[in-house]
Design a protein around this ligand. Structure first.
Ligand SMILES: *[C@@H]1O[C@H](CO)[C@@H](O)[C@H](O)[C@H]1NC(C)=O
Length: 281
């Protein structure tokens, strides 16, 4: 079972690798990941960040998050090809850590995950550390630049989690969340921490107001065999009932756990409209 899942994830890497065809995916390249013993305390050492500079006037900055076992490089190449000249893309790389889902196999992951399910406990410490790392990447953008977060698979889960932190005004650990997020995009992902979300949002007037005004775009393939389609659908439903009314959910008939140009085209159109970008071609 675990082997099967691992193979599915490697297949995702393979799907993305088509865009950068030569190298083999390897978990062993990271210099920070020695073969010695695991540290007793969890530390989060993030990988390299790739930046795609805007070709036109800089109007928005989006942090884009890769899926399990991937890195910022592959996505920066894909995003560079999207005709969105007013967006600066920041593509960080997750820390390399043992992942329970892969039997403790170390790979790049935004948080630890035991199984992809709404009932499994969420790794709040890992989620908060990644959400804070992402917020930090956005914190130095000029005031007139709109900022957003998007991602694929586990990256989408982290993006959606960041969206809930933005609405609540704080991370799961209670620290204040200080970024004024203007857009969240989640492709083929799920929503961590969904169980307590509605109560928390409804418990605060400010949170409800922020949730209602944060635009979210969620897409999911109906033939996804890694993160089931209904997780995407339920995440959208959870967010909507929790008060995120500016939410668009888009099913893709027959799409598996990967992205297609048509989907990225819709992400492009959605971002252009939501962020009021001057020229999108
Ligand atoms: C990034 O991941 C891709 C697979 O998606 C792989 O081909 C590439 O070598 C990786 N790059 C780095 C710098 O790790």
């Amino acid at each position: 079972m675990q082997l099967q899942l691992l193979l599915s994830f490697v297949a995702i890497g393979g799907a993305l690798r088509c865009l950068a065809p030569t190298k083999k995916m390897s978990y062993q390249q990271h210099p920070s990941m020695s073969s010695g013993s695991r540290p007793a305390r969890r530390t989060f050492e993030f990988g390299r960040t790739y930046v795609v500079r805007p070709k036109g006037k800089h109007q928005a900055t989006i942090v884009w998050l890769h899926g399990l076992g991937d890195n910022g490089s592959s996505w920066s190449q894909l995003l560079e090809g999207l005709p969105l000249p007013n967006i600066k893309w920041i593509c960080p790389t997750a820390p390399t850590r043992p992942v329970a889902l892969l039997g403790g196999f170390p790979c790049t992951a935004w948080f630890d995950v035991g199984e992809i399910s709404e009932n499994s406990p969420d790794d709040m410490e890992g989620l908060d550390a990644s959400a804070a790392h992402i917020a930090n990447l956005l914190s130095t953008e000029p005031a007139d630049v709109k900022v957003g977060i998007g991602g694929f698979s586990m990256g989408a889960a982290t993006a959606l989690y960041s969206g809930t932190c933005a609405a609540l005004g704080r991370y799961g650990n209670g620290n204040p969340y200080l970024i004024n997020l203007r857009a969240v995009v989640g492709l083929s992902g799920w929503l961590p921490g969904s169980r307590s979300l509605r109560n928390k949002i409804e418990g605060s007037h400010e949170a409800a107001r922020r949730a209602a005004s944060l635009p979210i775009f969620i897409c999911h393939g109906t033939s996804d065999d890694v993160v089931p389609y209904n997780y995407g659908e339920k995440s959208a439903h959870f967010l909507n009932t929790a008060g995120f009314r500016h939410l668009t959910f888009k099913p893709y008939e027959g799409l598996g756990h990967y992205t297609i140009p048509k989907e990225m085209e819709e992400v492009r159109n959605w971002l252009s409209a939501r962020l009021g970008l001057e020229c999108s071609r």
